[in-house]
Structures are given as C-alpha cells and as structure tokens.
Design a protein around this ligand. Structure first.
Ligand code: 5GP
Length: 114
C-alpha cells in the first residue's frame, strides 16, 4: 500500500479543505492555487490510479463519472462552460500522482493553465 496522497489525506480530514461535492466514488475540492475564477479538482476516492491513462484503462466508468461531476459543478459554480485538464506526467506539470481533473470555469482567458 502506497503512502496516502495529499488528496487522500484531505478526504480523511487530516488536511483541512472544504469538500464541495461528494459521491460514492468521487469528491471535489477548490484548488489551493486557483488558475481561474472557478478552479475545482474532481478526484476519485481511490488513489489506485496515478493518472488519467491508468484510470481509462482500469475503470473507464469512473472516468465518465468524473466528467459528469465536472459538468454538474461547472453549472453550479459558473455558467456551465468549463475546461477539463488532466496533467499527465511530471513533465506535463503533474505534481500529485493520484488522478484528478482540474475544472476551470468562470471567465477563462487564453492564459489559464497555459
Ligand atoms: P497537478 O499539478 O498534479 O495537476 O495538480 C495538483 C493540484 O493540487 C495543484 O493545482 C495544486 O495547487 C493542488 N493542491 C496541492 N496541494 C493542495 C492542498 O493541500 N489543498 C488543495 N485544495 N489543493 C492542493
């Protein structure tokens, strides 16, 4: 069993962060360093998949659930339009190897997450 990721520690209440949405399989938090007016992270409760390619191969239904929750949250927190980003690999900017989707919304410009 690997060390708990920072997201698992948030889910377990060991690190404070408001959980803005939760399902049986997923939870969502606000990014601590927002890159857009709305910047949420949608995260599987399991940390067994390190990135979106592993998730797509191992549990595609869970990946679909992530997209559906992102869509719901974008409608709740903004006008419904959103950008969905999965940084995949350290050279692409991934820093937490517990798969998560960045949901960016609310007045995006071309510089967001570039
Ligand atoms: P990555 O770079 O792996 O794609 O995204 C990890 C994200 O997690 C970053 O955008 C970073 O700001 C966010 N993050 C890291 N630590 C924390 C934390 O303790 N709380 C919250 N809410 N977000 C965090």
């Amino acid at each position: 069993m690997s060390e708990p990721s920072i997201f698992t520690r948030i889910l377990n209440g060991e690190i404070p962060s408001e959980i803005v949405a939760q399902t049986d399989t997923l939870f969502a938090i606000r990014d601590i360093a927002p890159k857009a007016p709305v910047h949420l992270l949608v995260i599987p409760k399991t940390q067994q998949y390190r990135d979106v390619t592993e998730l797509a191969a191992g549990d595609p239904a869970l990946l679909v659930q992530m997209i559906e929750l992102a869509n719901t949250l974008a409608a709740e927190h903004s006008d419904g339009d959103f950008r969905l980003i999965f940084n995949t690999g350290a050279n692409a900017g991934q820093t937490v190897f517990h798969v998560h989707a960045h949901v960016l919304a609310g007045g995006l410009d071309e510089s967001s997450m570039n």
